[in-house]
Write a protein that binds this ligand. Structure first.
Ligand SMILES: *Cc1c(COP(=O)(O)O)cnc(C)c1O
Ligand SMILES: [Zn+2]
Length: 419
């Protein structure tokens, strides 16, 4: 790993060796989130953006990832998800062009597979057979799936109220599941305690510095798909802030290597009931002292009372001239069928939030007619069928029913005419 210079604490700036520090800055505990710092000159001597097109999936980008050349990775395709142009959505939003990065196509149907594949690789480097995480659901499903692919053991702490589809995935993938009678934030604390006591590898977001590095591969693919002509704006649902921090990191890598020539504005979308970061940004609050809030939203994947990657998330928005917007649960639910019917891409609430957030950003003038926009479909609509159902109902979308003998078929078809 000679292309990794050190891990830098985002609180005090101290530099730590990845050989001695596994997770956070020893001086700052869980607040001391680390950033992986690379030797870009060395990377540039070793590879080119053209060379990285060879192969498939996120591990094509191994020269830019914090793993050894021979570290085994889960034997399942992660990444290389499509970037789908959606001209009808572009017209509806009033922007120049719009693409959807469709992460519902990942093996466990969310962007979290990129981070979980990285966790499994890092655990292998350390020779640790059991990997644990707390999760609102998708990180758990992703870790369970990647562990299943690699033949590792996953122990998952998940709120008992997580959507059933996500918990079903955990059981199907053979993970050991601990249902926490409480919130995601409480599940995080329990996963920390368990991994410290049992010596398990800890994938938890914002604590494990390598999750950002896995997630950043999504934006490499976005820029590659656009022939290295980056979009002007990227919108993404934000809970802990790891994805938006990862997008920022990937873009900084590409800029440092001279593979792109400008930085897109990153727009973080939060639910009104889980707006820790949006509030901190609007009020210019210090996220190291701002207390946790009580988070409630239909978009479970972006419910976070104390976003674990808040330092990286704030930097992502500030350093790119982007911003945070908040959207109501009603707007999030409405976004599910709105995106699906105009593009063929079906997202869960936290994913569809990227569309609701784009509309909000256009409304306040933060995004406009000349902008080329990418919205991140971070997870599949099949993850939360109940929410999709509610979104459709709210939009007045219903079926007509017919008798089995078809006696009323014509009447039924007439009622369908406007669809
Ligand atoms: C995890 C997740 C998010 C938010 O990512 P953070 O890193 O927590 O900000 C958004 N959408 C989906 C589908 C997710 O699973
Ligand atoms: Zn520190």
């Amino acid at each position: 790993m000679d292309h990794v210079l050190h891990l830098r604490c985002l609180v005090c700036g101290a530099e730590h060796s990845p050989d001695t520090v596994a997770y956070v800055c020893p001086a700052h505990g869980v607040d001391g989130v680390l950033d992986v710092v690379y030797d870009y000159a060395l990377i540039a001597r070793r590879t080119t953006r053209e060379a990285l097109r060879a192969g498939s999936g996120m591990w094509r980008f191994r020269p830019l990832l914090p793993v050894e050349v021979d570290t085994p990775v889960p034997p399942i395709l992660v990444g290389d998800t499509p970037l789908i142009e959606a001209p009808r959505l572009a017209a509806q939003a009033g922007v120049a062009r719009l693409w959807i990065k469709d992460e519902s196509r990942q093996p466990t149907a969310s962007l979290k597979d990129r981070a979980s594949a990285m966790a499994v690789a890092k655990a292998a480097e350390q020779g640790l057979g059991t990997i644990t995480t707390a999760s609102t659901g998708n990180a758990a499903a992703a870790l369970a799936g990647m562990c299943a692919a690699a033949g590792r053991r996953a122990v998952i702490f998940v709120p008992a109220a997580a959507p059933p589809a996500k918990i079903a995935q955990l059981h199907a993938f053979g993970a050991a599941v601990v249902l926490v009678q409480g919130t995601y934030d409480q599940a995080v604390e329990l996963a920390m305690t368990a991994s410290a006591r049992r010596g398990w590898y800890n994938r938890s977001t914002g604590f494990n510095p390598y999750m950002t590095e896995g997630k950043k591969t999504a934006v490499y693919e976005v820029c590659e798909s656009l022939e290295w002509e980056p979009p002007d704006v990227i919108t993404v649902g934000v809970g802990d802030g790891c994805i938006i921090g990862g997008l920022h990191k990937g873009l900084r890598d590409l800029l440092a290597l001279g593979w792109i020539d400008r930085m897109p504005r990153l727009v973080g979308v939060q639910a009104e009931g889980s707006a820790y970061l949006a509030d901190a940004w609007r009020l210019d609050e210090d996220v190291l002292t701002k207390p946790a809030i009580v988070a409630t939203t239909v978009a479970d994947s972006i419910a976070a009372g104390l976003p674990r990657d808040r330092v990286k998330a704030m930097a992502a928005v500030r350093d790119t001239g982007g911003g945070f917007v908040t959207v109501s649960d009603a707007a999030i639910l409405a976004a599910i069928p709105a995106v699906a019917r105009a593009s063929g891409v079906f997202g869960e609430p936290a994913a569809a939030a990227s569309w609701a957030g784009l509309l909000a950003a256009v409304e306040v003038g933060a995004v406009g007619a000349s902008d080329r926009v990418v919205i991140m479909n971070t997870g599949s609509g099949l993850k939360d069928v109940a929410a999709a159902w509610r979104g459709a109902e709210m939009a007045g979308i219903t079926a007509v029913s017919v008798r089995a003998d078809g006696m009323d078929l014509d009447e039924a078809l007439d009622r369908l005419e406007d669809r």
